[in-house]
Design a protein around this ligand. Sequence first.
Ligand SMILES: CC(C)(COP(=O)(O)OP(=O)(O)OC[C@H]1O[C@@H](n2cnc3c(N)ncnc32)[C@H](O)[C@@H]1OP(=O)(O)O)[C@@H](O)C(=O)NCCC(=O)NCCS
Length: 321
Amino acid sequence: MPWLVRDAVRDINRAVARRWHAIDPLLPDPAAMPTGCSAPIVVEAGNGRPVVLGVCVHHRVPAESLNQTWGAADRFLLTPRLTGQDTYPATDALLSQWRDHLATISTARGEDTSACVTWPSRDITGIRALLRHGLQPLTVIAARTRPPAPDRPPRQVPGVTIRVAGSRDAEQVLDLELRLIRYDGHFGGPVWRRDTAMLVRQEVRVSLERQTMWTWLAERDGQAIGLLVAQPPPEAGWISGMTSRSPAAYLQTMFIDEQERGTGVGAALVRTLHARLDSAGVAVTLLHHSQVNPLSGPFWNRMGYRPLWTSWEARPVRALR
Ligand SMILES: CC(C)(COP(=O)(O)OP(=O)(O)OC[C@H]1O[C@@H](n2cnc3c(N)ncnc32)[C@H](O)[C@@H]1OP(=O)(O)O)[C@@H](O)C(=O)NCCC(=O)NCCS
C-alpha cells in the first residue's frame, strides 16, 4: 500500500495541478499533502486505482492564541485532492469516509469544534456534495491582482483625513478592531473569547510599535472613523502559498464606522493601500471576508477583488452528515 499511495499521490497531484490551473490561474500548484492523523482517505476508481485522496489534520488552538477568536477551538481540517471532470461522486464518497472517521474521535464530539474544507471557489462540481454533507460556505479568500494600468488615485472625502497610525493611536485602532470582530460575529465565523480584547490589544500594540504592518486611520474632526490594516509581503508568508502569484500581501482589517459608510471613506482607504502595493510591485493581495456579510462582497468586488478559495465548515463537527 505505501508505494501505491506514494505513486498515487504523485499522479493525483499532477492531475490536480492541471485541473486547478484550468479552473483558475490564480490557484497555486497543490502543496505537499500534510501529515494526517491517520492514513490518507482513499477513494478508488472501478479499477482499484486511487482517484481521490483526503488527509485529515486535527488542530487544537490554545486559548491564549488570538487565532481561537477566528474559529472553533478544535479544528478538523480535510485537505482533498480530487481528479476528473465531475468531482461530485468522489467528493460525496470522500466526505462520507471523513464523517465516519471523525465519528471515532472523542475530541470531535465537543461543542467548540469544526470540520473544515478549504475549496477552490471556482471549482463548482463538488459543491452539491459539500452542501449535502452539512458543510456551509463561511469564509472567502478573495484576491486582487496588480492592474496593468495604475488604479484610480485615492479620492478625497470632504472633512476626512487619512493618515498612517502610530503607537499613540493604539486605543482608537483597538476600538475599531473589536467592533469589526463583533460585527463579523453575526456571520458565524469569529467566536468572542474571554481573552479576545486582551489579545487584540497586545497585537495592536506590538504591530504599531514595530511598524511591521501598514495601518491607516480615517479621521473626521480628530475622531477615528475608519481603519485599514495590511500585511506587506514579508508578513504575509503564512498565506502566500494560497496563490500562484508572488509577492503577495494580505489585507487584514477593514472597518468603517456605521454612520460613515457609503460615503467613499472605505474606497479612499483601500485606494491608499493599493497605491502603496502597486508601486511596491506587489503582484496579488489577499483578504478574508465572510461569505454572508452583505456589505463585503459588493464592496470588495468594486475594489477589484474576487473569490479564490471558499472555506466550508460544519460547526460543531457532529453537524457533518
Ligand atoms: C465594507 C465597508 C468597509 C465599505 O466601506 P464604505 O466606506 O461603506 O464603502 P464606500 O462608500 O467607500 O464604497 C466604495 C464603493 O463600494 C460600493 N459599495 C460599498 N458598500 C456596498 C454595498 N453594501 N453594496 C453595494 N455597493 C457597495 C459603493 O457604492 C462604492 O462604489 P463606487 O466606487 O462605484 O462609488 C463598510 O461597509 C464596513 O466597514 N462594513 C462593516 C465591516 C465590514 O464589513 N468589513 C469588511 C470585512 S472584510
